[in-house]
Design a protein around this ligand. Sequence first.
Ligand code: SF4
Length: 439
Amino acid sequence: MIYYPALLATPVPRYTSYPTAADFHDRIGSADMAVALASVAHDAPISLYVHIPFCRQICWYCGCNTGNVGRGDRLAAYLDRLRAEIAVVAAHLGSRGRVTRIAFGGGSPNAVAAGDFAALLATLRTSFAAADALVSVEIDPRGFDAEWAAMLGRNGVTRASLGVQTFSPAIQAAIGRVQPQAMIESAVALLRDAGVTSLNFDLMYGLPGQRAADLADTLARAIVMAPDRLAVFGYAHVPQMISRQRRIDASDLPDSEQRFAQAALADRMLGDAGYQAIGFDHFALPHDPLAVAARAGRLHRNFQGFTDDDAVATIGLGVSAISAFADRLIQNDKHNGRYHAALDAGLFPAALGCHRDDDDRFRGQLITSILGQGHGDAGLLAADPDVRRRLAPFETAGLLRWHGTRIELTATAMPYARSVAAVFDRYRAGSAAGFSRAV
Ligand code: SF4
């Protein structure tokens, strides 16, 4: 892979949705959510995403909407409101939709006591007639214990994603997330023994003080543990937006060229270990449903990244959670107090979002296809002189080719996929403020 700094100079979104959350506005509210739920077809597959905005320890690099769990009463009050939201959504949905997946993220779902989590899952399954839904949960290895693992097993949870990030003790200290390898090994063993056999590891590159050798060591240790999937994300240092990142020493962050080399190293090592690259930052063993979906051209993208989930709508539950419907994206209030107040008033806590028209849907599918498969049919956009002009430098560098209206990235061009995709984002004409580096 060749590094062309000019082609990666502009920060770009990760495109977990299109339009992106940066393009949401506040002319969306409770009534929009009611209309969206009423439009769900009766047998349509839908997914639930449940946000737990608490962690037992806060990592300095974290950009998630989460806070320290502190005393248990805040968490108890939150779970009460979450149950109220589940009730109001289920009542509006009625018999429409068929919940096929439930994903818990955060924050750290395992900041919740095991018994309370089991009760929440039972409420979801009962309220949405979702007894057979595939359940996945994000896990913080710190504090994960045998009681939690057994609870997951008893409740039929089969997928978990562990926040690993790095095995280097020095880098763990530099990012405020100390979790010895033995702790991660223990979490993996507990999960597998409990029957949670589909595991993902989240890893990071571009961390303070991280050198290629550190990343290679982390990748080697992760490969030995054989997770089914890995996501390898570049650390986005934006302390002007995420104040907790001010604790990170920015003087020792890898530069753009080092970050590019680290992403390429992850791609090479995981490929050599038998993982299939899924888009630009996910990897899966060939038998994994994500890898199978990628080979079959059935890859989707949601707020958690690439997925094989073919639900036609995702309903986000909890503070800041985002719901995705064909014609609109709706984000719940990010502020706990307002989230609680809306539910107390019997309203959906919808605060931000946008409507999506045919053009948005077309561009969104094209962007997902470029990010996930490295190709896509640009249709009428292929004739847009501005698109051709902006993509010309990528063509000149040998990173992409046009075949009629189809665009195709070459084999080593995936690090540039986000930058190429951004050319088709009609909302990105000017500002790149607030986005992370392109690699
Ligand atoms: S455990 Fe995860 S969600 Fe919680 S602070 Fe750390 S990175 Fe953020």
